[in-house]
Design a protein around this ligand. Structure first.
Ligand code: PGA
Length: 252
């Protein structure tokens, strides 16, 4: 399975903006090159999840941008994975670098969330990636290995088909630069190797590995197809459904 994931972040702040987006997405989605092997996941902010759940085009999947590690109880302001499942979500982004930076999410918190999300029957999209400093000190691989291993530390081999890993170098998010195809391939190999070591090559093969960070239709070959990635996580370009579907079509 391959994936295009639209991370709408906190960009829509009225119901009207959401509805306009959903109408434009429906139109663009109808014009796509049909391919059941490529999934489109759309992740609006928490407040608008139900709205999107009711109005997303058929065949697309609703995703949340976050979830908590408990399903119910006294956890002010948090979102239960089970409640996401109940409103029709199919996936949750976890450990996005913006949450790691602004909300101080740690690897341990991410791993607890991954476990809860997977147990609720949702796909966990685990975001990992190095900072610019780590890259310049040649520490990218070890950072990524630590993040992946920690995030999966509570996941049993039975749940691997629920795991997606998104490699998002922090310095490429919201920027205008991307790693080279070669660099992305290297990271893919590193991740595949540690997954194979942990779960065996066959089971590890069930885990999709995506690229994210300044993805647009124009660089899809470089950051995805040529690097043999299983799809992309898209921020800014996902705000325009026409551009989003151009990206989608490049995977089909
Ligand atoms: P960007 O964001 O495509 O705007 O760089 C990607 C992300 O944060 O997932």
């Amino acid at each position: 399975m391959r994936y295009v994931i639209a991370n709408l972040k906190m960009n829509f702040i009225t119901s009207k903006e959401c509805d306009e987006y959903l109408i434009a997405l429906e139109t663009a989605w109808k014009k796509r090159s049909q391919n059941d092997d490529v999934n489109l996941l759309v992740c609006p902010s928490t407040l608008y999840l139900e709205r999107f759940s009711a109005k997303l085009p058929e065949g697309t999947v609703l995703g949340s941008q976050n979830a908590f590690w408990e399903d119910k109880g006294s956890f002010t302001g948090e979102t239960s994975p089970q409640s996401l499942k109940n409103i029709g979500a199919g996936a949750v982004l976890l450990g996005h670098s913006e949450r790691r930076v602004h909300l101080f999410e740690t690897d341990d918190m991410v791993s607890r969330k991954v476990e809860a999300v997977v147990l609720a029957g949702l796909k966990a999209v685990i975001c990992v990636g190095e900072t610019a400093d780590e890259r310049s000190m040649n520490d990218a691989a070890s950072t990524i290995v630590d993040q992946v291993l920690s995030a999966l530390s509570r996941v049993s081999p039975d749940h691997l088909e629920k795991i997606i890993i998104a490699y998002e170098p922090r310095w490429a998010i919201g920027a205008s630069v991307t790693p080279t195809t070669e660099e992305i391939m290297q990271v893919r190999i590193v991740i595949r190797k540690i997954l194979a070591k942990k779960y065996g090559a066959e089971s590890a093969g069930k885990i999709a590995i995506l690229y994210g960070g300044s993805v647009k239709a124009e660089n899809m070959d470089e950051v995805c197809s040529d690097a043999d990635m299983d799809g992309v996580l898209v921020g800014r370009e996902s705000l325009d459904p026409v551009e989003l579907m151009k990206i989608y079509d490049m995977l089909t």
